[in-house]
Structures are given as C-alpha cells and as structure tokens.
Design a protein around this ligand. Structure first.
Ligand code: COA
Length: 217
C-alpha cells in the first residue's frame, strides 16, 4: 500500500509549483487582486502584525497538475463561511465529527477567536470548486519551564481524499509550524499514527518518545 502511494505522490509533486505574494493574496483585500506588490507590502506593514505579514507572503499556493491545466489553492485562516464550504465534511475524513449547527459553529469560532494568535485554524480552499480541501490547527501552550517558554501543538491535519499527494498536507503543516515559530515557540509537536510518520518526516519532524492517552468518553 505504501509503495504505490509514494510513487503516485512523488510523480504528482514534481509538477507542483509554489508561488507567494501573487495578486488577490492580501488578507481582507477588496481590490480584486489588482494591487501591485509594493502596494500590498505597504498595506501589510501599516495594518498588520508581523504574523499577518508573514502569512501574506505564504498566502497563495498555485499548483500546476500538468501543462494544460492549472489548479489554484488558497492558503488562509478559517472563516465562518467555511462551514458551508465543506469544512465539517472534511473533518469527517479525519475522525468522528458529527454535523454542527450554524449556531454552534459560530459560537465555537468566536470562542477560538478570543485566543488571538494562540490558536489558529488553517485551511486551503480550491479556487475552482470553492471547497475547503485541507485543514489543520495549532494551539500555543504557555509554560513556566524553559524560561516561560511556549510550545505549539499541531492537531487535526487532513487533506480531502481527492487531492492528496499534491503537497497540500505539507503546506498546511509548514504554515502551522511557521506560525508556532513566529509566535516564539521553542518547538512544535504533534501526535500521529505510525502510518503517517513518513509524511511528517517529509515535513521536517522527527519521532521522539511516545504518546499516552486517557479517554473520558
Ligand atoms: C496524511 C495526509 C494529511 C497527507 O496529506 P497529502 O496532501 O496527501 O501529503 P503531501 O502531498 O503534502 O505529502 C508530502 C510528502 O509526504 C509524503 N507522504 C504523504 N503521505 C505519505 C504516506 N502515507 N507515506 C509515506 N509518505 C507520504 C509524500 O510523498 C510527499 O513526499 P515528497 O515531499 O517527497 O514529495 C493525508 O493523507 C490525509 O489527510 N490523511 C487522512 C487524515 C490523516 O491521517 N491525518 C493526519 C492526522 S495526524
């Protein structure tokens, strides 16, 4: 199983191109993408934090599946409207995730927003279908050890089965790990199945120690 998957992914990934800072990438940009790079930079510096500026640099991901067809994927933070773009259905490919009412979704969204940069849900939207095809989150834990250090915890990484093998999972994990680094974390950690160890190694992680868990339900 692993062999063919590796071959398939490698074949596709050779034709993938990442482009940053392209038109229509500005966060909250209402210019429809016509803003020039220098204007984009000016806007980012005047109205955004360092995190937003860094995120903007990595905001767009263009992949070219073959010379005849270009696929455009947008990397950004979760928005409330994503509930109607298949976000919950995507999470259902990861684990048990019952349907969530609009009201509960909004409540949870607002609750998480209060954490500011200490909690981030990243999504990738397929420009063509308007669907959310990949997601992952990171939570920043504040500690007393290591000179009151901070640790990033990556959770809930999933890519829609129809677009796996196009480097989207890696892009999500890079985005989340970058966020942890930029918020001052000295490390970023995650739990995964043994099947996914090769994927996370490709994302720059290494295996260390073991996970312990106690479920309450
Ligand atoms: C695991 C998952 C997120 C990977 O996403 P993806 O978009 O298909 O992976 P990418 O295309 O970004 O792969 C990045 C690299 O990892 C490799 N890779 C990905 N999955 C792999 C696997 N199962 N075994 C070995 N290598 C793998 C790719 O070949 C690629 O290698 P390269 O950099 O040499 O080209 C996706 O398969 C998924 O959503 N699985 C179900 C949910 C899940 O298990 N989530 C993880 C929870 S911890």
């Amino acid at each position: 199983m692993v062999g063919p998957q590796l071959l398939r992914n490698r074949k596709v990934s050779r034709s993938v191109t990442f482009v940053a800072g392209l038109p229509r990438c500005g966060s909250g940009d209402s210019s429809g993408g016509n803003r020039q790079p220098s204007q984009q930079k000016k806007k980012a510096i005047s109205s955004s934090s360092l995190l937003d500026l860094e995120a903007q640099k990595r905001h767009c991901l263009y992949t070219t599946a073959n010379s005849a067809e270009e696929e455009i994927f947008r990397v950004r933070k979760l928005e409330i409207a994503d509930k109607n773009k298949g976000f919950i259905e995507l999470l259902q490919q990861l684990t048990v995730c019952d349907s969530v009412s609009d009201e509960r979704f909004q409540e949870r969204f607002q609750e998480l927003a209060k954490y500011g940069d200490d909690h981030l849900v990243c999504v990738i939207e397929d420009d063509k279908s308007g669907k959310i095809v990949a997601t992952g989150s990171v939570f920043i834990e504040k500690k007393f050890i290591r000179n009151c250090g901070k640790v990033g915890h990556i959770e809930d990484v999933v890519v829609d089965s129809s677009v796996r093998g196009k480097q989207l999972g890696k892009k999500i994990v890079e985005f989340l790990a970058d966020h942890a680094r930029l918020t001052g974390c000295y490390k970023v950690i995650l739990d995964c199945s043994t099947d996914n160890i090769p994927f996370y190694e490709r994302c720059g992680f290494k295996q260390k120690e073991v996970q312990m868990v106690k479920y309450f339900i």
